[in-house]
Design a binder for this molecule. Structure first.
Ligand SMILES: [Zn+2]
Length: 134
């Protein structure tokens, strides 16, 4: 036990992980993740914006040497997904055969367990993308 900083940081980002909440400035520019200042026009009036979670794979790679804590999943596909609203998100792909991944493949967000902290039993969830079922 005893990692108060990690725990509070985890909870602060909780909505982002679950709903793919990004930001939208007063001029309608969308961003993910949400920022204090719009990267396009510099506006500081940025509100939360919930994305649909649907997008397309614009680039991808197979990660063969995952960072500590992800070893169980290696190798795993990591992709740049362009959301239908525009912003590009870096995320893992799931429920897909690496041989089936292709540029322009339609994907949708799912929430998956990505990591367990065995010391205090914390389980970290994050968004991943899987192919859209047809
Ligand atoms: Zn803006």
């Amino acid at each position: 036990m005893g990692k108060p900083m990690q725990v509070s940081r985890y909870w602060r980002h909780f909505p982002e992980k679950y709903g793919l909440i990004g930001g939208k400035c007063e001029n309608g520019h969308l961003m993910f993740p949400k920022r204090e200042v719009c990267p396009v026009c510099g506006s500081r009036k940025v509100e939360e914006h919930r994305f649909s979670g649907k997008g397309k794979v614009v680039s991808w790679t197979i990660v063969r040497n995952p960072p500590s804590g992800f070893e169980y999943y290696k190798p795993y596909p990591l992709a740049l997904v362009q959301l239908e609203e525009g912003p590009v998100v870096l995320a893992q792909l799931t429920d897909v055969d690496p041989g089936e991944i292709d540029f322009g493949m339609e994907v949708e967000m799912v929430t998956r367990k990505v990591r367990e902290f065995d010391e205090d039993g914390l389980i970290l969830y994050a968004y991943k993308f899987r192919p859209v079922l047809k």
